[in-house]
Design a protein around this ligand. Structure first.
Ligand code: GLY
Ligand code: MN
Length: 493
């Protein structure tokens, strides 16, 4: 989609004309997010977001309309902007349902979908002051021309138009997580709610998002591959720099230079007993010689996330106690992955992993009773994965897996320092997590390139040439023997 040069400038006043285009080339309109014209290195013609074409977005909307009862509306708001302080926002992340259905990566809009009207988008109206502070954003023109909305209005028209749509609908589905007062405060919405006509949309959208299309799988594979490369580089680096904060910074750097827009979540980098805190996030401690470090990380690539965990000894050698416990988690990881196939459920995988882990922990004398198992592992063996890290959370774990589902397999054990067990096991936390695509015949491990065998990890850590200057400048990693930079802006390594 090419925008004309006439759109390049925006009148600030009668006498003053200021161009605020972040990507001004005199021929390309800035709509506040990449387009094939503004970012040809990222996007091919016909794509609305990198890797996903307009036909796919239209197909998703058609499927959602088919799932809606007759004469129903679906209202999906973009995610709210969260402020760090005063006028300074946190990095914006779009609501996954809104992104899935519209392709719009920006805040301030509300999308409404119905059989009668198709996609109707209410878009933000920027003032010159907004543009001066935040740059150009997608408005009504972009809604029609880029996102291919059937109808597009400025957001100020929402109360009048949406009220009328709600009044004429028998049911209103909406995205509760990102619900906006722009519509929940409308009298007609509140009347519908009081009559029991307002329903949750996520049960429908999460259903659609469970099965990934070929284009989505390409992005999921790429996201997983970036996570594997980033974690491997960080693992190698850990021998010279056993520090949670440095490793957290490095894994983010390694993912972002490979094209990821952000991490899928704040990485968990727990050294020693910090690894027994499941979602440890402080990442502020040195890792003691001989301790393990657990790193749970993932990145987001054009809306699709990865989720990967490895646990290793930065010193390069597992102790015999660490090896014994690690082997139990590794065997459980591998056995559960082997069970992944159409028809199996996450619940069944969880039951299987609980049996394996309980048996092992009892045999090692760590558990005195199977009843205590949940004190050492309160987590599920896995979850669905996609646009969100705990994706399609409205779908339960009793759903038979189908080709195109992506799930995680993440057995772990988290032994608090105070747990009543032989002292040598106290304060150890181990998790090994992979991303698994369900195929017609079984599975494909998307994170299979990241080593997890003890001998492979030890070999890698002990045959790696370190560059000490990397402590102050991660870029100098490219000077490490055997690594080469290339100048492709999407892929630096
Ligand atoms: N890796 C984060 C989680 O699964 O909760
Ligand atoms: Mn996970």
């Amino acid at each position: 989609m090419q925008f004309l040069a006439r759109n390049l400038v925006r009148r600030v006043s009668r006498t003053q004309v200021v161009s605020r285009n972040a990507y001004s080339t005199q021929t390309v309109r800035d709509i506040g997010q990449p387009t094939p014209a503004s970012h040809p290195h990222l996007m091919a013609e016909g794509e609305v977001t990198p890797g996903i074409r307009i036909e796919e977005y239209i197909g998703r909307r058609k499927k959602l309309v088919e799932l809606l009862p007759e004469n129903s509306l679906a209202i999906i708001s973009s995610a709210p902007v969260k402020m760090m302080t005063d006028v300074v926002p946190y990095t914006f992340r779009q609501d996954a349902d809104y992104l899935y259905l519209t392709g719009c990566q920006q805040p301030g809009g509300v999308a409404v979908l119905s059989d009668e009207r198709g996609l109707c988008m209410f878009m933000p109206e920027s003032t010159p002051k907004d543009i001066a502070w935040e740059g150009e954003v997608a408005g009504v023109d972009a809604a029609s021309e880029v996102f291919k909305a059937d109808q597009a209005y400025p957001i100020s028209k929402l109360p009048e138009i949406l009220s009328d749509m709600i009044r004429h609908s028998s049911k209103v589905f909406h995205n509760v997580q990102s619900a906006s007062q722009r519509y929940t405060n409308l009298d007609d919405f509140q009347n519908s709610a009081s009559l029991g006509k307002v329903k949750t949309l996520s049960s429908l959208t999460h259903e659609l998002r469970l099965i990934k299309s070929p284009a989505e799988l390409k992005l999921m594979r790429e996201s997983a591959s970036i996570a594997c490369q980033g974690l491997l580089k960080t693992m190698l680096h850990s021998k010279g720099f056993p520090d949670e904060g440095i490793l957290s910074a490095q894994v983010e750097y390694e993912c972002r230079v490979r094209g990821a827009q952000r991490m899928a979540f704040n990485p968990v980098v727990g050294g020693g007993s910090n690894a027994s805190v499941i979602h440890y996030s402080r990442n502020d401690q040195r890792i003691k010689d001989g301790d393990l470090v657990l790193m749970d990380m993932g990145c987001e690539l054009h809306g699709y996330v990865s989720d990967l965990t490895r646990t290793w000894p930065p010193c390069g050698k597992f102790s015999s106690v660490q090896e014994e416990l690690y082997d139990l988690i590794l065997q459980t990881n591998k056995e559960c992955i082997k069970q992944c196939k159409p028809g199996t459920t996450i619940r069944q995988l969880n039951t299987y992993s609980t049996e394996l882990l309980c048996d092992g922990l009892m045999k090692m004398g760590i558990l005195k009773s199977r009843r205590l198992y949940h004190q050492l592992n309160p987590t599920s063996i896995g979850h669905y994965l996609g646009m969100d890290v705990h994706d399609s959370s409205a779908v339960g774990y009793d759903r038979p897996l189908q080709p195109g589902f992506v799930i995680t397999i993440e057995p772990g054990v988290y032994i608090p320092s105070s747990f009543d067990c032989p002292e040598r096991f106290q304060g150890i936390g181990i998790r090994i997590e992979d991303d698994v695509l369900i195929t017609e015949t079984g599975y494909e491990v998307l994170t299979g390139s990241m080593p997890k065998e003890i001998k492979h990890i030890e070999t890698l850590l002990n045959n790696h040439c370190h560059d000490n200057s990397a402590r102050t400048s991660p870029v100098s990693l490219c000077k490490v023997k055997g690594l080469h930079t290339n100048r492709n802006p999407r892929r630096l390594f």
